[in-house]
Design a binder for this molecule. Structure first.
Ligand SMILES: N[C@@H](CCC(=O)N[C@@H](CS)C(=O)NCC(=O)O)C(=O)O
Length: 245
């Protein structure tokens, strides 16, 4: 049986989980990987990130690669286009969600500790975080031009584009206000309308519940100091592993 190594709060994992829900795939188990975040984890998973698809020990990393693989082995219902041009459009939207939205918000969160903040930062930290926040806002405006206006990212149905954009927009909504950036503006009215509509879709709603649960757990770990202790233990274990090389 296949396993997907995944974590609730991971936007990239949520992208694949939403695809699995939308396709109605029932035979993939979800698991948090053993030794998550520790050097032992990276011995088995060199990129050190989730999601990873485990097919009887054969490991496929990277959400987009997993998504394409799942489309090939479970072709129906297809979350790709009916024509090559439609598929190219879906991939463009999914790439905006991945590279320009999820990646930048993830980096922004790491650099600012924004996940622990529920009120805006007094001032953003430095030019790197300004740059990343600017990238996200600029690319939300780009997304606005590409998005459909019927409640889906495109094609009038759930596609791989929605699977990437839903977790991406959850991170936008979580991280940008926490770093003092108001992303809403008339230039992203189409994004805001899409975001309001897609949250009512059952598969999107399911991953949003998981993402919010992950966020609550993470905030509790930050509040209790458990995250800091975990990171210190991971750094110490890494130092020891490096010294043995
Ligand atoms: N490009 C990767 C990104 C995956 C990623 O960044 N995953 C995050 C969670 S959303 C992670 O595992 N982070 C752990 C770490 O960086 O140590 C993908 O598409 O799968």
């Amino acid at each position: 049986m296949m396993k997907l190594y995944t974590a609730d709060l991971s936007a990239y994992s949520a992208r694949v989980r939403m695809q699995i829900y939308a396709k109605g795939i029932k035979d993939i188990i979800f698991e948090l990987p053993e030794h998550w975040g520790m050097p032992k984890f990276r011995e088995r998973f060199p990129i050190g990130r989730v999601p990873v698809l485990d097919i009887d020990g054969d490991l496929i990393p990277e959400s987009e690669v997993i998504a394409e693989y799942l489309e090939e082995i479970y072709p129906e219902p297809s979350l790709k286009g009916i024509t090559p041009r439609e598929t190219a459009h879906i991939r463009t939207l999914a790439r905006i969600g991945d590279i320009y939205i999820m990646n930048s918000t993830f980096m922004l969160s790491r650099l600012t500790g924004a996940l622990g903040r529920q009120t805006p930062a007094a001032a953003r930290d430095n030019s790197v975080t300004d740059q990343l926040a600017g990238e996200v806002v600029r690319n939300l405006k780009a997304l606005d031009k590409f998005l459909g206006t019927d409640g889906f990212a495109c094609c009038g149905r759930i596609t791989l584009a929605d699977c990437a954009l839903v977790p991406g927009l959850f991170w936008v909504e979580t991280i940008l206000p926490a770093v003092g950036v108001d992303w809403q503006s008339p230039a992203v009215a189409n994004v805001a309308a899409y975001w309001a509509a897609i949250q009512k879709n059952e598969h999107a709603a399911k991953v949003l519940i998981e993402l919010r649960r992950g966020l609550d757990e993470r905030r509790e770990m930050i509040r209790s100091g458990a995250l800091e202790r975990f990171r210190a233990a991971a750094a110490a274990a890494q130092k020891e592993a490096d010294a043995q090389k």
